[in-house]
Design a protein around this ligand. Structure first.
Ligand code: ADP
Ligand code: MG
Length: 175
């Protein structure tokens, strides 16, 4: 699925629309050059999930954690190996940025494997820095500069599903 993002506001709207489609246990990968809009999109997504307060880029901290009471949870097909969560259990959101990693196994040494759980949703900028040592992801969003003299802020987003749940997100995405 390819969508046009003429300005930052469009990217933020995509983030908010995506927020409505997520399920616990999912992992979303964000691709794109520096300044493509990955953090802008995730910030809007986190806001859409009800995160209040400051949302800073994890450029230096590598991960920023958030807690919410529940996901918007639109009805979606149940994935086979989906773990049933207690209705009152919190959902943990983790926003990673692996840009500064020089070795793909660094995220394992950092103890990040324990962040990937049935009660968490992980958003990862620069997953390519971890090569293929990351767990299987559900969805990827690739942001590309498509600016011209006329449209300085233009980007495109290419969304691709890698699991049944990821496909469910795209099926339920209203953008
Ligand atoms: P990244 O995390 O990919 O390095 P950021 O989201 O931190 O990128 O920065 C993107 C910058 O580009 C922001 O300053 C944002 O305001 C600007 N921008 C301009 N047009 C867009 C667009 N269409 N989508 C997202 N950001 C845009
Ligand atoms: Mg960023």
């Amino acid at each position: 699925m390819i969508v046009a993002l003429p300005d930052s506001l469009a990217t933020e709207k995509l983030g908010q629309a995506l927020a409505q489609t997520l399920q616990p246990g999912m992992q979303v990968h964000l691709h794109g050059d520096l300044g493509a809009g990955k953090t802008t999109l995730i910030r809007a997504l986190l806001r859409g999930l009800g995160v209040s307060g400051r949302i800073k880029s994890p450029t230096y901290t590598l991960v920023e954690p958030y807690e919410i009471a529940r996901l918007p949870l639109h009805p979606q097909p149940q994935a086979q190996n989906q773990v049933e969560l207690h209705p009152l259990s919190k959902i943990y959101l983790y926003h990673f940025d692996f840009y500064r990693f020089s070795d793909p196994r660094e995220w394992l040494d950092a103890g990040f494997a324990e962040y990937f759980r049935a009660d968490s949703v992980c958003f990862i900028e620069w997953p390519e820095k971890a090569a293929n040592t990351l767990p299987q992801h559900d969805l990827s969003v690739s942001l590309n500069h498509a600016s011209s003299a006329e449209y300085a802020d233009f980007r495109t987003a290419t969304l691709q599903a890698y699991s049944e749940r990821g496909q469910g997100c795209l099926n339920h995405l209203h953008f």
